[in-house]
Design a binder for this molecule. Structure first.
Ligand SMILES: Nc1nc2c(c(=O)[nH]1)N[C@H]1C(S)=C(S)[C@@H](COP(=O)(O)OP(=O)(O)OC[C@H]3O[C@@H](n4cnc5c(=O)[nH]c(N)nc54)[C@H](O)[C@@H]3O)O[C@H]1N2
Ligand SMILES: Nc1nc2c(c(=O)[nH]1)N[C@H]1C(S)=C(S)[C@@H](COP(=O)(O)OP(=O)(O)OC[C@H]3O[C@@H](n4cnc5c(=O)[nH]c(N)nc54)[C@H](O)[C@@H]3O)O[C@H]1N2
Ligand code: SF4
Ligand SMILES: [Mo]
Length: 897
């Protein structure tokens, strides 16, 4: 079969003028205007016409232009690591899937997808597996992300519906953020909340075991004990009932099960003292939270991974939905429960049925639903029941039951629990296909039989749905590099090769979208709320021009739907919502014995997951340059750890070496480590390897926030850095972290070896032995070696007993010089710029590269507000992501003064 000329590659960039598209990252779904520069890059600006962000972007969105380089991308298909043609690669995928299915049955085949795929990609993948291969073994990284919310919504509402919209955050008088580091993970929504605070005096409560930047800037922070959110919300339910805050009319007409739920809540949270004790919060703080919530009709409760990623995740979700139902505060202006989705298309994946326990278009596996979807697809081999959820699916891979797997747009070798075991499991497969954009995806690409290069953000064409059910277009403005092609096309080509030419004969994303919209309306008659029948006959032109719109949008509707359920109309057969009785909260695995601490994992402000894209940006690198573990001072004392020192963190599943940050913002007994670094960006710091395989019993979502763990000091004798123009492969034995800088990269490292021997080993590794630029000062333990090419710095290695921030800053600066003169060479070996050393502190504002010391100087010179700091050094005046941190620095420096 010939694949013909590529419609995705044209000699000229696809567009010259500004193209309206949607940000590649989080579920806020901000509108972006990208203006290609004609040289493969693009200027990025917020889209003032997009209702999600109204022109704002956070620091990650603003830096999208720094991630467009095609170096480091996959350019060609490959079989067993050898470049091949698309024809051969696609034939090999079809053959790999066919053989496994014929020899072992369809359930020996699986797809593992991602909330970063577009709806059109997702739709055809789900259709191919559930209708044509005949298995429901198609799951997604959304299982690690939103599954508990999906399950909670379904239990309470009868369907997976987010009842509210972003305007409710502008119109609320109280916003409760549960298990959400909104300031860092949904920054543009956080800015909307901050604006409501400034404008209408909205209050903010943060519920998080850690004092995050979000919690630090809230009016009230409840440092809830890990996993105990359900107790807090059970008490709230009881007090809503006892203090006259029930909406009796709403409860009577639109809900069922309040009495049982109340009885259950009274058992879980019998009184305030017991609640405060179980939640580990002060009684006065608890009382304030209860008072504020009960007294404020316009209240939005936002929740994210501190809720979802728990062994009690679905129960936590329902405990939150219960209080909103009881008070009738749902789907009304300024009030409702609000799941903040993680990935840009977490919602789209749910709409097409990307999860193994859903079919398509919000249908499940009831016989009439299987029949309906089967007739619509004219599918020969419909899956008859649920497939395996991600963790169970990969356990089946481990047992050798899954023989052929296709992974698209996610890295299970990094992000699944027990990541080391997952790496071994992938090697057991008879056949593994991987669709990826990046050539640096460790643990996955090396295990693949076939690697398929995908088109990336900026090259892809389709739709995504954000947290408020708003469908927006992602539009291409660059041609994909080499022979990279969109995911939907890859899937359709494999579908055709499996003999289903008619079912996968889509020529463009608009064709797929129309079918998806038509299925949502097919035999619907109002029985399914997910209905976008109004878009089923959309023309190609109208699809290209589609303005952001919120579903439901049934046939005949003239506008989308911002809110649902304000007047009832739930999706259960009787139209009523259900109060759910959560189990009494308790941790799935208690810290004890050899693993006395609770490891909590999550995100930092300027990186996205495995960093395959954000890691390319020098501007984003400086905020958190290396992996770390946060420890409370009491635990630091207990385990002999020092701030700035190093520790080994271990669980029965893995072990990492991390820098220690001692902070009172941790709860005693809990430690926190970010998830972002893999072997592509670091050494000996893959936190995913530590996480246990425990899942929520209802949703199957992993419990990645509460893992019993041990910590002990790790003695480091040498630290240093490598500054290099080109990416340097690093030895697996070295604890290190990479960071993009202008003109090259930095690798910082730490080691238990003494500086001299370590320096020798690394000089050897980097081929710097013979370099004339070599300086050794054994008495001080300081060693340097460098190589120049055409008078420019190529590689510089610096090793010593301590980290040398000032030396590093200067070395980075040298990388941007076109010519290194003789005088400068002397200073290279001395390791610092002429003049006294200068430590500028960590970067706070990524947009303008403003470091901590510069902000502290402003305070010393009289700045008393975030605005004044902005006026003086521009920090915080662009995307605003760093404003909470500037405020924190202001407060700290003023109280110190
Ligand atoms: N900068 C950045 N932004 C992102 C992403 C990113 O990688 N980087 N990823 C996106 C994605 S896919 C997602 S899913 C979202 C995630 O967004 P968030 O959920 O906000 O991020 P996390 O850091 O995973 O976890 C949130 C908080 O849950 C807290 N937590 C842990 N255990 C508990 C508990 O028992 N109860 C409560 N109440 N809180 C608890 C943690 O301390 C943490 O601060 O972010 C999205 N946005
Ligand atoms: N311990 C712990 N583990 C976690 C979490 C946690 O908080 N703690 N969070 C979980 C959550 S919420 C999430 S969402 C996951 C995220 O985990 P992953 O999904 O594994 O992380 P990403 O780095 O986003 O992976 C996306 C991959 O797709 C590639 N890619 C990007 N665009 C495209 C494209 O258009 N097509 C294709 N084919 N490939 C593309 C990227 O290069 C990258 O390798 O991690 C989960 N794992
Ligand atoms: S908040 Fe930031 S990362 Fe999220 S969509 Fe908006 S610009 Fe992108
Ligand atoms: Mo996520």
């Amino acid at each position: 079969m010939d694949i013909g000329a590529s419609p995705f590659h044209s000699a000229a960039p696809l567009a010259q003028a500004g193209v309206r598209t949607t940000c590649a990252y989080c579920g806020v779904g901000c509108g972006v205007i990208a203006t290609p520069d004609g040289a493969g890059g693009a200027a990025i600006a917020g889209d003032a016409a997009h209702p999600a962000n109204r022109g704002r972007l956070c620091v990650k969105g603003a830096a999208l232009g720094e991630t467009l380089a095609t170096e480091g991308r996959l350019h060609y298909p490959a079989i067993h690591g050898v470049r091949t043609t698309w024809n051969r690669a696609l034939d090999a995928v079809a053959e790999g899937l066919r053989r496994a299915s014929e020899q072992h049955g369809p359930d020996a085949v699986a797809f593992y997808l991602s909330g970063q795929l577009l709806t059109e990609d997702y739709y055809v993948a789900n259709k191919l597996m559930k209708g044509f291969i005949g298995s429901a073994n198609v799951d997604t990284n959304s299982r690690l992300c939103m599954a508990s919310t999906v399950a909670g919504h379904k239990r309470a509402f009868g369907a997976d519906i987010v009842p509210n919209c972003y305007e409710d955050l502008d119109e609320a008088d109280l916003v409760v953020l549960v298990g959400s580091n909104t300031a860092w993970c949904h920054p543009v929504l956080f800015q909307r909340i901050e604006q409501a605070r400034a404008g209408r005096g909205c209050r903010v409560v943060a519920i998080d075991p850690r004092r995050t930047v979000t919690a630090g800037s809230a009016d009230l922070h409840l440092a809830v004990a890990p996993g105990m959110d359900g107790v807090l919300f059970a008490r709230l339910l009881v007090e809503i009932a006892e203090r006259g805050a029930l909406d009796r009319d709403f409860v009577a007409r639109h809900t069922a099960g309040l009495d049982e739920a109340l009885g259950n809540a009274r058992r879980i949270a019998p009184d305030r003292a017991a609640t405060a004790a179980r939640c580990g919060v002060g009684e006065a703080d608890l009382a304030l939270f209860l008072d504020w919530w009960i007294a404020t009709p316009r209240v939005v409760t936002c929740f994210s991974q501190g809720v979802n990623q728990s062994a009690q995740g679905t129960d936590k979700v329902n405990a939150i939905l219960n209080v909103h139902l009881a008070a009738g505060r749902i789907g009304r202006p300024g009030s409702g429960p609000f799941s903040l989705t993680g990935q840009p298309n977490a919602m789209g994946g749910r709409e097409v049925g990307g999860l193994a326990n859903q079919l398509a278009a919000h249908m499940g596996f009831a016989p009439e639903e299987v029949d309906r979807v089967g007739r619509f697809w004219q599918a020969p081999r419909m899956a008859q029941g649920e497939g395996l959820k991600a963790v169970a699916l990969f356990e089946a891979v481990e047992r050798g039951e899954i023989k052929a797997l296709w992974v698209l747009c996610t890295n299970p070798a990094a992000s699944l629990p027990r990541a080391d075991a997952m790496r071994s499991a992938l090697k057991k497969l008879d056949f593994l296909a991987v669709s990826e954009i990046s050539a640096h995806v460790d643990g996955l690409l090396d295990a693949a039989t076939v690697v398929l290069p995908a088109a990336a953000w900026g090259e892809k064409d389709g739709t995504v749905t954000n947290s408020e059910r708003r469908i927006s277009r992602q539009r291409p403005f660059l041609a994909p590099p080499g022979e990279a092609r969109p995911d939907w096309w890859q899937i359709c080509e494999v579908g055709k090769r499996l003999g289903h030419r008619h079912a996968f004969d889509f020529r463009k994303p608009a064709d797929i979208f129309r079918e998806h919209a038509a299925l949502s309306a097919f035999e619907n008659d109002g029985t399914r709320l997910f209905d976008i029948g109004g878009l089923a006959e959309i023309s190609d032109e109208a699809y290209d021009d589609l303005a952001p719109v919120q579903w439901p949008l049934p046939k005949g509707a003239i506008a989308g739907t911002p809110r649902l359920f304000g007047q009832g109309g739930f999706a259960h057969a009787d139209g009523k919502a259900r109060f759910v009785c959560p189990a009494t909260p308790s941790l799935a695995a208690q810290p004890a014995g050899d693993y006395p601490l609770i490891l909590n994992t999550g995100r930092v402000r300027d990186q996205w997951h495995t960093m395959s894209r954000t890691g390319l940006s020098p501007g984003l690198a400086r905020h958190c340059p290396a992996p770390f573990v946060e420890v409370h001072p009491e635990d630091a004392g207990r385990f002999g750890l020092a701030d700035g020192g190093f520790a080994v963190v271990s669980t029965p599943h893995g072990r990492v070496e991390l820098r220690v940050v001692v902070t009172a913002g941790q709860r005693p007994g809990s430690i926190f480590a970010p998830i972002h670094w893999t072997e592509a960006t670091a050494g000996r710091a893959r936190v995913g390897a530590l996480v246990h395989g425990v899942v929520d019993p209802v949703s199957g979502q992993p419990d990645s926030k509460a893992v019993p763990a041990a910590i002990r000091p790790w003695t480091v004798l040498a630290q240093g850095f490598i500054v290099a123009r080109k990416r340097q492969p690093m030895p697996a034995w070295l604890s290190h972290a990479r960071m993009a800088v202008v003109g090259g990269e930095v690798v910082s490292f730490a080691s238990p070896r003494a500086p001299g021997p370590l320096h020798d080993l690394l000089s050897n590794w980097l081929d710097l032995w013979a370099s004339p630029l070599n300086q050794r000062n054994p008495a001080a333990g300081l060693y340097r070696a460098a190589s120049l090419l055409d008078h420019r710095l190529e590689v510089l290695l610096s090793t010593g007993p301590l980290a040398d921030e000032a030396g590093l800053d200067w070395a980075i600066e040298l990388l941007s010089r076109d010519r290194i003169d003789a005088a400068t060479r002397r200073y290279i070996l001395a390791g610092r710029a002429p003049g006294p050393p200068e430590d500028r502190g960590p970067q706070v504002c990524a947009c303008f590269g403003v470091r901590q010391k510069a902000i502290e100087d402003c305070v010393r010179r009289g700045a008393r507000s975030v605005e004044a700091v902005g006026k003086a050094v521009r920090a915080g005046t662009n995307c605003g992501s760093c404003r909470p941190e500037i405020r924190k620095l202001l407060e700290a420096n003023l109280s110190a003064a």
